[in-house]
Design a protein around this ligand. Structure first.
Ligand code: NAD
Ligand code: UGA
Length: 462
């Protein structure tokens, strides 16, 4: 058995590294078109920051784990081919802003079709709209090379920041397919370290739809608690206390009830919009509207947070220095895709604030690129006024102390652990007074910080 994976991103890299670690006898070849990304996978500084990933890669790389750009060779040489390429929201044409862009998946299917000989198992690891496997099969079977294929759906449920733990001890592994033999081949790989009762098998369509549904349910919980956070602020209830009180009901459970400035990441919004598009496609308007509200609520939460900062700072942040702590969409990742920080900062910038940003893992170039993209989202170009704001009002600092010097406010946008142990007395001394502190993640000590002199604001408490 030989495995290859097309796409060396946040899913392809860690997932294949884990398979290679657990199955030392199986050669695993991860390929990507992006040379820089492959070079990084082959270096000491991996392209993604993920706790525990270095150790897993170091154990397997050079033994049975290879990274390269030799896509054709990897396909031809493998018995099982994972497709783990990106499936972003379409930004053009039919379904723009909602449907998944399946261009990269289709290109992979065509490449597999043209290069393959003999029998191959093709595994959809990317998150895909339900019934994509039908299109993949048609493309694969349209060739006349004599090659034969089984197509499986094996969606990935890892969360960034905990990817290694999630891969090591998954709640479940889901395999959808038609051929019992192909399903048991893939299950056999996971069975090396995942208990058999955690490997669920379904038909192809249930597997594809379960992935979108899982993300929609998770995001829905965050939007639900964030909706309640607005009501808490209006009524004097405390959202963390409400979350604890409802989370102890075993039917509700405690996870994914942390109120925040809004969910981010490359998948929640994309997958819900994809679900909405599918529902509309099948004429299920009410179902589409129901799920779309999860995204609408999230946009409201991000906007509401930025507006409350402006209102609290005497209704103007123009020319005020604001320290921004955290850029990643959650802690323990260098990924900033769709991070709430981007949208809060865009709104503050357009109020002409001077932003001094710090994140432990996201690079300065990425932060500037994210802001530029957000500022050009409406029209496709950055206006002259926004360009000036980007050039004159944004600076990225190397630590959080540097951001706070003579700042009017500190705003926490990612729940990095290091923000809990900052010397807040020192921060307070370095700031202008009154010194405002906005906790967009409810991670700071809301009793101790006001005692140091801060005017403290958190989500869902007044
Ligand atoms: P990513 O953008 O980090 O990586 C995708 C990689 O695929 C890129 O490096 C790109 O260069 C490569 N690629 C695209 N087309 C290619 C082609 N034709 N040949 C070779 N390489 C190609 O994306 P990701 O975050 O790893 O997500 C991949 C898929 O997994 C998506 O469908 C996503 O929804 C899903 N997913 C992501 C996560 C997550 O935490 N990021 C979790 C579960 C599922
Ligand atoms: C999420 C799912 O949790 C994974 O199971 C799934 O595989 C993945 O999407 C995917 O398909 O990409 P991820 O986006 O990496 O994983 O991270 P999460 O831990 O789910 O957090 C998503 C966002 O919600 C983050 O911005 C996080 O800060 C926010 N969040 C999460 C909250 O605001 N409150 C919570 O209680 C939980």
């Amino acid at each position: 058995m030989k495995i290859c994976c097309i796409g060396a991103g946040y899913v392809g890299g860690p997932t294949m590294a884990m398979i290679a670690k657990q199955c030392p006898d199986i050669p695993v070849h991860v390929v990507d078109l992006n040379q820089a990304r492959i070079d990084a996978w082959n270096s000491d500084v991996l392209p993604i920051y993920e706790p525990g990933l270095d150790e897993v890669v170091n154990e397997a790389r050079g033994r049975n784990l290879t990274f390269s750009t030799r896509v054709d060779e990897a396909i031809a040489d493998s018995d099982m081919i994972f497709i783990s390429v990106n499936t972003p929201t379409k930004t053009f044409g039919i379904g723009s802003g909602r449907a998944a862009n399946l261009e990269y998946v289709e290109k992979c299917a065509r490449q597999i079709a043209s290069v393959s000989r003999g029998h191959k198992i093709v595994v959809e690891k990317s998150t895909l709209p339900v019934r994509t496997a039908e299109a993949v099969k048609r493309i694969l079977f349209s060739v006349s090379t004599g090659a034969t294929f089984d197509v499986l759906s094996n969606p990935e449920f890892l969360a960034e920041g905990t990817a290694i733990e999630d891969l090591l001890r998954p709640d479940r592994v889901l395999i959808g397919g038609e051929s019992e033999q192909a399903i048991s081949s893939l299950a056999g790989v996971y069975e090396r370290w995942v208990p058999r009762n955690r490997i669920l098998t379904t038909n192809l369509w249930s597997s594809e739809l379960s992935k979108l549904t899982a993300n929609a349910f998770l995001a829905q919980r965050v939007s639900s608690i964030n909706a309640i956070s607005a009501l808490c602020e209006a009524t004097g209830a405390d959202v963390d206390e409400v979350a604890r009180a409802i989370g102890t009901d075993s039917r509700i459970g405690p996870k994914f009830l942390k109120a925040s400035v809004g969910f981010g990441g490359s998948c929640f919004q994309k997958d819900i919009l994809n679900l909405v598009y599918l529902c509309e496609h099948f004429g299920l308007q009410e179902v589409a509207a129901y799920w779309e509200q999860v995204v609408t609520m999230n946009d409201y939460q991000k906007r509401r947070f930025a507006e409350s900062i402006v209102r609290t700072l005497f209704s103007t942040v123009s020319d005020k220095r604001i320290a921004i702590w955290g850029w990643a969409f959650k802690k323990d990742t260098n990924d900033s895709r769709e991070s709430a920080a981007i949208y809060v900062c865009r709104d503050l910038l357009r109020e002409r604030a001077r932003l001094h940003i710090y994140d432990p893992q996201v690079q300065k170039e990425q932060i500037l690129a994210d802001l530029e993209l957000a500022m050009s989202a409406d029209t496709g170009v950055v206006s002259q006024a926004d360009r000036q704001l980007l050039e004159n009002n944004v600076s990225v600092e190397k630590d959080c102390y540097a951001t706070a010097n003579e700042a009017h406010a500190v705003v926490v946008l990612t729940e990095w652990d290091e923000f809990k142990t900052v010397d807040y007395a020192k921060i307070y001394t370095s700031m202008l007074k009154p010194a405002f502190l906005f906790d967009g993640r409810n991670i700071l000590d809301r009793r101790a910080l006001p005692k140091l002199g801060f005017e403290f604001h958190a989500i869902g408490m007044s």
